[in-house]
Design a protein around this ligand. Sequence first.
Ligand SMILES: [Zn+2]
Ligand SMILES: [Zn+2]
Length: 137
Amino acid sequence: MLPPTSPTPKSVKVHLKDGTGMDIEWMDGHKSIYSFQYLRDACPCALCNEERVKQNREPGERPKPAPGALPMFTPPPKPTVAEGVGKYAIRFTWSDGHEHGIFSWEFLREFCPCRECSSLRRESKPPGEGVTRTVPH
Ligand SMILES: [Zn+2]
Ligand SMILES: [Zn+2]
């Protein structure tokens, strides 16, 4: 048995061809469905993390348009390549050229976008603390 701090997927499906997203079924039976848009906005690399901290966003949250700016339509990003990184993570190369984010299973499980997990995340956030999150190097 693995400790609960190391979530392990039982199956991972990346829908590269239809460009929809990724499904993970975890060892404990939980299922996570990520859209590629969500994953791109949750990119854990230092660059994207810095952008999110500046804009006070949670991983996976869409960037807010600048005040007064009209919301611009940008086509949803899609990965062109998805590859496993050892046994602990997956890495995408995106259609917009970005390729530095390594999504560990731990990170993916923590930021599972399902209603249950997102309400848990909101509840577990200590009051008064910002939404910044630092990724250890
Ligand atoms: Zn990134
Ligand atoms: Zn979940």
